[in-house]
Design a protein around this ligand. Structure first.
Ligand code: CA2
Length: 144
């Protein structure tokens, strides 16, 4: 069994509980179920969320040994974190960056992503379906 880490940054614990007009009404539990359904046989999903940059970096380091691919919504750290970018550069498998909203339709400070400098693909604006698309993509890349 191979594992896909699905990492989520700050405030995404509130998914489905606040601002449904921007982020929809689905919760992170719904994202887990969607990712599990999208994963090919032979892949496990481990979904994590933290409001702390260092914790996300620690999970990326853990992924070096334990994950075949990373799907990451770094939330606001997307636009600020060289440290998350540096951590992702140490990971050798496929990396997909996901945003629930279309960041390019929003404020200009959301248009730049440090994480995109490492990501193999970026999905924005498809709601939580973006996570499923990312999981299907990495399974394909890993030959399943
Ligand atoms: O669209 C996305 O997925 C974002 O990564 C979400 C981040 C935002 O800073 C990025 O620019 C785009 C914000 C996550 C906040 O999540 C919430 C979810 C529900 C209610 C409140 C916040």
């Amino acid at each position: 069994m191979q594992t896909i880490f699905v990492l989520n940054g700050p405030n995404l614990n509130l998914l489905g509980k606040r601002q449904p007009e921007i982020y929809g009404s689905a919760t992170l539990e719904d994202v887990t179920a969607l990712c599990e359904a999208a994963a090919s046989e032979g892949f496990d999903i481990r979904l994590e969320q933290s409001n702390h940059e260092g914790q996300i970096i620690d999970w990326i380091h853990e992924a070096r040994d334990k994950a075949a691919a990373i799907v990451i919504n770094p939330a606001a750290f997307t636009h600020t974190s060289v440290a998350i970018l540096d951590a992702l550069h140490t990971f050798e498998g496929p990396v997909v960056e996901v945003h629930i909203s279309n960041v390019h339709k929003r404020e200009s400070f959301r248009h730049h992503s440090y994480v995109s400098l490492r990501a193999d693909g970026v999905i924005a604006g498809l709601g939580i379906e973006g996570y499923a698309a990312a999981v299907r993509y990495v399974c394909g890349q890993l030959g399943k």
